[in-house]
Design a protein around this ligand. Structure first.
Ligand SMILES: [Zn+2]
Length: 246
């Protein structure tokens, strides 16, 4: 969908004058690379399971192998896809504004693969691992294991993602709120604004005086609170923004 000139032009103008840009991305951006959202991925073999069984500390305690295999399948999926033009546009945008902060709710690492640096992965990463009991960082965890490996301390290893019923990493959350506060423009991309506390970041930016630009294919819970809504997939809209800034 080609953007109408007026809205896109205004967004470009705001970005041109922007000294500090805060970006929040969500599942919509990953979906455009072919990664189904968590709930959409509950199909086939996984159709009979729910997030409580697959993505909570309680679920892991109850059936570590099941949770391990679920994340192994997600990790395999991520390995087989590539970043899309929206990811690449954000990596370019980072070089075009004086201060840039990217907070993502996605755990697939695609922003980093597209060249973004200092990405704050607020929900963790499925490519990183730690032990369940003590959080010891693990390296070189192979694919296709049926059961979670053991840490040197004897604890089971788990993916380093934030599960339901778990708090977000405090340090990253604090960094994100500070950046949102400082921003003069906030860009919200591919997220419906339903997952708290990440969803409150754009509102925090707005309260501190930032203009909010939302990029989503359809209107969301956030839209009415945004200053500008750019309708369309991020892979189409973001490259147009970057083009406008050149
Ligand atoms: Zn350990």
């Amino acid at each position: 969908m080609k953007q109408t000139g007026a809205a896109l032009g205004l967004a470009v103008e705001w970005l041109k004058n922007c000294k500090s840009l805060f970006v929040l991305t969500g599942a919509g951006v990953s979906k455009e690379s072919g990664i189904p959202t968590f709930r959409d991925a509950l199909e086939g073999l996984w159709a009979n399971y729910n997030p409580e069984q697959l993505a909570t500390p309680e679920g892991f305690r109850k059936n570590p192998s099941l949770v391990w295999q679920w994340y192994d399948s997600r990790r395999q999926k991520v390995k087989d896809v590539v970043p899309n033009p929206g990811h690449f546009a954000l990596a370019e945008l980072q070089k075009m504004v004086p201060e840039f902060f990217l907070c993502t709710q996605n755990v697939d690492g695609l922003h980093i693969r597209a060249g973004s640096s200092d990405v704050v992965e607020i929900h963790g990463s499925i490519s990183r691992f730690k032990c369940f009991d003590n959080g010891h960082v693990q390296t070189e965890v192979p694919y296709d294991l049926k059961d979670p490996p053991l840490c040197e301390c004897g604890s089971l290893v788990r993916p380093d993602v934030v599960w339901f019923n778990e708090p977000m990493p405090e340090k990253l959350l604090k960094q994100s709120f500070t950046a949102a506060e400082k921003a003069d423009v906030a860009l919200v991309v591919g997220t419906s604004g339903l997952v708290y506390p990440a969803a409150s970041l754009p509102f925090h930016a707005k309260q501190s005086g930032a203009k909010i630009i939302e990029v989503n294919p359809n209107r969301t819970e956030l839209t009415d609170s945004c200053d500008l809504f750019l309708a369309g997939p991020s892979g189409e809209v973001l490259p147009q923004l970057v083009e406008g800034l050149k």
